[in-house]
Ligand binder design. Structure first.
Ligand code: PRP
Length: 197
């Protein structure tokens, strides 16, 4: 199928195919994401210069963000991943998180930077931070691309934030709905009819 231009929003400077038909409007274009991630990379480069830093991506949503972020960090970094799953559905989550894939390396005395695509209720990160602190890292900071503050249920300190996110159903650039839309190169709001059907 021929690609068509997503031209109903000025922030969409891209050509896209069928996936974009499900997007109501774009919140951050590919260019806007790249510009902000470049800024974050510069800040993190300064903060972690001359430190032994382990960048930890939380799968699956963080995969494009962490890939772009570490390439904007002009220092040596080690990279690892964790995969987690919440018990229950999103609305009845107890905040107890099951670790599906743990880190491959010890973090004692290392500077750990947790990288997330989005902080919503904060429950996932609250659990992860409490868990990882028991392993005695030298420091533990959070970098999230999106911070949906309006949805916060538990207190969690996010030191590095890409954008404050409105309380809307956002997808793209790692964020999914039912496992899809992660490969959109921008972040947009899903049309309500997609998730109400
Ligand atoms: C998303 C996101 C965070 C979590 C945030 O992951 O990547 O890990 O939800 O929500 P919270 O602040 O309410 O805990 P999700 O469980 O959707 O898995 P995914 O990364 O595989 O999409």
């Amino acid at each position: 199928m021929a690609a068509k231009k997503l031209n109903h929003h000025p922030a969409a400077e891209m050509w896209a195919g069928g996936l974009s038909d499900d997007i109501d409007h774009v919140l951050w274009s590919q260019k806007q994401l790249a510009a902000r991630i470049e800024e974050l990379g510069q800040v993190l480069t300064e903060h972690y210069r001359d430190r032994d830093v382990l960048v930890v991506g939380i799968l699956c949503g963080s995969f494009p963000f962490i890939a772009d972020l570490v390439r904007e960090m002009n220092i040596p970094v080690a990279i690892d991943f964790m995969a987690v799953s919440s018990y229950g559905d999103r609305t009845t989550s107890s905040g107890v998180v099951r670790i599906l894939k743990d880190l491959g390396t010890p973090i004692a005395n290392r500077h750990v930077l947790l990288v997330e695509d989005i902080v919503d209720s904060g429950r996932t990160l609250r659990y992860l931070v409490d868990n990882l602190k028991t392993r005695h890292p030298a420091s533990l900071e959070i970098c999230t691309l999106l911070d949906k503050r309006e949805a916060r249920v538990v207190d969690i300190e996010t030191r590095y934030i890409g954008f404050t996110c409105p309380d809307e159903f956002v997808v793209g650039y790692g964020l999914d709905y039912a496992g899809k839309y992660r490969n959109l190169p921008y972040i947009g709001v899903l049309k309500p009819e997609i998730y109400r059907t």
